[in-house]
Design a binder for this molecule. Sequence first.
Ligand SMILES: Cc1cc2nc3c(=O)[nH]c(=O)nc-3n(C[C@H](O)[C@H](O)[C@H](O)COP(=O)(O)OP(=O)(O)OC[C@H]3O[C@@H](n4cnc5c(N)ncnc54)[C@H](O)[C@@H]3O)c2cc1C
Length: 518
Amino acid sequence: MPRHVAVLGAGLTGLSSAFHLSRLHPNLKVTLIEGQKQAGGWVRSSRIALPDNYGSVLLEAGPRTLRPNAQSILELVNILKLQDRVITVSKDSPAAKARYLYIPPEYGGTAQGLQEIPSSLFGLLKSPLTRTLVPAVVQELFKWNNAPPDNQDESVDSFLRRRFGSSFAETFGSAIIHGIYAADSRKVSIGAAFPTMVDAANRGWGGLVRGMLVPSRKQDPGSYDVGDMPNRLEGAAVFSFRDGMQTLTDSLEEDLKRNSNVEIIYNSPASSLEHGRDEFQINLAGGQTIPATHVISTVPTPTLHHLLASSNGDSLQALIASPTSTVHVVNIVFPGPPSSIHPAGFGYLIPRPPSGYPANPSTSRPGFLGTVFDSCSLADQDTETPNPFSYDNARFTKLTVMVGGPYPTPSLPPFLSSSEGPTSPAERQLPDYMRTVLDQLSLHLSQTLPDPVYWRVVPNRRCIPTLLPGHTQRIQELRSFLDTRYEGRLQIAGAGVGGVSLGDCVEGGRKAARNLVL
Ligand SMILES: Cc1cc2nc3c(=O)[nH]c(=O)nc-3n(C[C@H](O)[C@H](O)[C@H](O)COP(=O)(O)OP(=O)(O)OC[C@H]3O[C@@H](n4cnc5c(N)ncnc54)[C@H](O)[C@@H]3O)c2cc1C
């Protein structure tokens, strides 16, 4: 049989795998198999027409910003010629400089409510958070090496607690992990989540601050076709696209569709993966069977476990080791400029409750992880020159609340957006779900909020894997098992394998395409 690669899953990782494969091997036949009607996975951007002549707003149901140091993403932007569609957040803007924590009253102490995380010496002098931050950092610098034996992996909470003390770990550590993984920092692996911190601590004889003062050995950045993207992004803290993150996945999909050697099959979840002498058979839920000589799997790892389990016994436990978080993404558009709703900045995160996560969903306090002030960073998606965004004069404010993760997720409202549900003004009341979200938001922002112009709740079920301690080692062992068993003809990638950030996903797809033994 001529070489034929099946890529399972057309999220960002699968699209990146197929894209790089067909660039490396232009004559290779590639079939991309997607379970849903559309590609893109968790990347979903929508432009919504607002009522009452407010115009339209671009809302993200999944990821919203990218870091300029993700070389593999810059490469895609360059090759796909998306440069002119990029929007940036300057390092000097409030969205880059001002990040907040909301410290609930249960924490006690002087630092309560919305507190700006100091980003300058002056900020440090006046912030109530200084009492937690400064002693923790100074003590860490002089602390002996208290790493676990044999440099074993541990949780983010355990690492930060060991180095910076419990107050720092509970306040800052738990909030940051809420923001990135929608998870409990006591469960997430430091090695998988922050490998550069572990490297720095190793350089600094166990100390993170010491390690950051020691220059790291220059690593070969690899060869990426980034064009002039680094120059274009100079001075940018993060970036996105005028039409949202889906620009990236849509452009990859369009590029693949133009390639006559690539076929994309939609709406056809793979239901099993069989392996004969030197061929795979992928059975799809609709009854179709796709033969392939090679496979790159980018579907969630528990799904791959299900596809392969019958032929591999217990050897694939690593695929089901990571639990996943469910997150309700609540996009809200308020009338009036951001200055009337929230302080200028990126948004705020909330540390875990000192008394622990509740066992049952609360009707009065949905489990808030944090809120992103989208208008401060992504307003270019909604405005055009000659009317650039203004914090004080914009017509509306968009923000996004993240609910769920380690908290029990509340029951969904009877309708999921303000454009659904009853149409008569008398019946158009906010559902209880949204009322409690707005009450919490008012509490955090210390003000009464106007009724939204638009809102929607996007329930993202099982969307972010929690990479438990030992993840990196488990995946290494799994890769060598698969390489031996399938002679390098089955590669794995995706958020549950190589890390959840978009940069990790594109890089993972790129590597899988290169590692496939053709
Ligand atoms: C709410 C939210 C906010 C986020 N914010 C950011 C951010 O700001 N920045 C950032 O860097 N990252 C962010 N992330 C993380 C990032 O979006 C994800 O990690 C990334 O999109 C995962 O891509 P993936 O292709 O690995 O997986 P997925 O997107 O899950 O793609 C897997 C694909 O496989 C398909 N599939 C599943 N089962 C089958 C089957 N049996 N057969 C065929 N196909 C199947 C699915 O339909 C899906 O299309 C966020 C994630 C979420 C959920």
